[in-house]
Design a protein around this ligand. Structure first.
Ligand SMILES: Cc1cc2nc3c(=O)[nH]c(=O)nc-3n(C[C@H](O)[C@H](O)[C@H](O)COP(=O)(O)O)c2cc1C
Length: 476
């Protein structure tokens, strides 16, 4: 078994892919090969409780929860959600309350435990390094998520989809089990407002003696040297490096800076102004990695020559045996790739975050316009709800993918709802965990992959097996 050197910078980072695509199993496999394996903390509370309701195949979450330092909390979670043999196929999954600025103690415990479990499983029985990926935009769940990951001994935190200025300081404080808070981004808030969410490890686990935790390294995922500079100068604590992500990467992409023009397929067009000024980035003096179609020995060399320590790769790992993507969807994507027919569409409207989002056009998924239109809107998970200031000055929550009438009744503009997809339900369904609806239908998957997936069948070609280790071997 390879032991990664924890002091030096990894050359290859397997990118975080939420929800559950960069599973503990994938991150562990990458880490054991001496690289940085990254789990996703996004939506991991829902993933854990649904897996427990499915009977926890392989007993992995039960094993992790038995190692959770707060025994009573672990037993409570198992008692509430674990179903021996799995729930009946005609029963929907029980779900958690929608996140809000003041989470219940039970909900905080579940988020802490789920993030702990994911990191624990990824680090089990080897000495490699593990990171966790979180989205800055998911402000309401990030504080307990970070604490849970740190309890699991996470080595790196990687965060994008926003400017995570407050997070480095949060890591410093959580390492000492101190109370933390972050300022919330609230539509309609003025400079005099100070909406915050708080997390107190000592209050939540007051029956326990908390011990000091390791402060993980912090890498910010950025799409401009100016943002990197702001973070290096103004973040609340130490930033350890940057991942520079380009517009061909899977998942969300930064919107183009140069124009709002779309091509004849309706995709945003990226130009010269969108490429990151690496000379300026280098002046900051911190290590950086390049991401977005860097999965070949030649591209890795190119990145190194440009001054990077290495690369971050996502799409190629999303289709390995170890990833959380449902097997039938992997097979469909690989068959399309082999035939040269895998269509990856950069959808400017689909994500409630309003960031462009890459969609793999795969039959039977929500990329099919008719299936999208047939889906009855429902918002019962709520990770991507936007916060807004209500007329009475309190905090409100709405999602452009929720039923249109609900969104407009909360002051949202009907135009904002057009073409929006429920990523929460769609992405959980890509793991084979789509929920059952009262009309007997099941939530359909929505697959995200980057442009690099179009040629992913190259990893299958020699029939050694499309596993993380073999992808890494081809990159040597
Ligand atoms: C299925 C999938 C989901 C992703 N989800 C996230 C995410 O939740 N957070 C994030 O920072 N990046 C996400 N990414 C981006 C990856 O971490 C990585 O930067 C990117 O995939 C690199 O480009 P590549 O796909 O060309 O290798 C995702 C990528 C894929 C393919």
């Amino acid at each position: 078994m390879v032991t990664a050197d924890k002091e030096s910078n990894p050359r290859i980072i397997q990118g975080g892919m939420g929800i559950g695509i960069s599973s503990w199993n994938l991150a562990r496999a990458v880490s054991m090969e001496g690289h940085l394996g990254v789990v996703s903390g996004t939506g991991i509370d829902s993933l854990m409780i649904r897996t427990l309701q499915m009977g926890d195949p392989g007993a992995h979450y039960r094993r992790a929860l038995h190692s959770f330092p707060f025994e009573k909390v672990a037993s409570k979670i198992l008692k509430t959600f674990f179903v021996e043999g799995g729930i009946n196929k005609d029963r929907p999954f029980a779900h958690l309350p929608l996140p809000s600025a003041k989470l219940s103690a039970d909900h905080e415990e579940i988020i802490v435990a789920a993030n702990f479990a994911e990191v624990f499983l990824a680090k089990e029985d080897h000495n490699g390094i593990i990171g966790i990926n979180l989205l800055e935009k998911l402000q309401l769940t990030n504080l307990p998520s970070l604490f849970g990951a740190m309890l699991g001994g996470v080595d790196y935190v990687l965060m994008g989809a926003g400017i995570p200025r407050e997070i480095p300081g949060v890591l410093d404080r959580l390492a000492l089990n101190e109370d933390v808070s972050i300022r919330l981004s609230v539509l309609g808030a003025t400079s005099g407002d100070d909406f915050r969410t708080f997390f107190s490890p000592k209050s939540l686990f007051s029956e326990h003696q908390l011990t000091k935790l390791k402060r993980p390294r912090f890498l910010a995922i950025i799409s401009s040297a100016a943002i990197a500079m702001t973070l290096a100068k103004k973040a609340s604590g130490r930033v350890d490096g940057f991942i520079v992500e380009g517009p061909t990467a899977g998942g969300h992409n930064a919107p183009p800076r140069s124009s709002s023009v779309t091509n004849d397929r309706g995709e945003p067009v990226y130009g010269e102004k969108d490429s990151v000024d690496l000379d300026n980035l280098k002046k900051i003096g911190l290590p950086f990695w390049l991401a977005g179609s860097y999965c070949s020995p030649e591209k890795i060399l190119e990145a190194i020559e440009l001054g990077a320590c290495g690369v971050q790769i996502g799409s190629a790992f999303a289709l390995t045996d170890e990833s959380g993507l449902a097997k039938d969807l992997k097979e469909k994507a690989l068959a399309l790739s082999e035939a040269g027919d895998l269509d990856i569409f950069t959808d400017p409207h689909c994500s409630p975050t309003q960031f462009p989002f890459k969609i793999a056009r795969i039959k039977g998924t929500l990329s099919d316009e008719n299936l999208y239109k047939a889906r009855k809107r429902i918002c019962d998970i709520g990770y991507l709800r936007q916060m807004y200031k209500k007329d009475d000055g309190t905090l409100g929550y709405r999602c452009p993918a929720e039923p249109e009438s609900q969104f407009t009744s909360k002051g949202g503009n009907i135009e904002d709802t057009r073409g929006r997809h429920c990523l929460c339900n769609g992405l959980l369904a890509t793991l084979g965990l789509g929920n059952l609806r009262s009309d007997g239908s099941r939530e359909l998957p929505l697959v995200t992959l980057g442009d690099d997936a179009k040629t992913a069948s190259r990893f299958e070609a020699d029939r050694r097996g499309y596993i993380a280790r073999n992808v890494l071997k081809l990159l040597e």
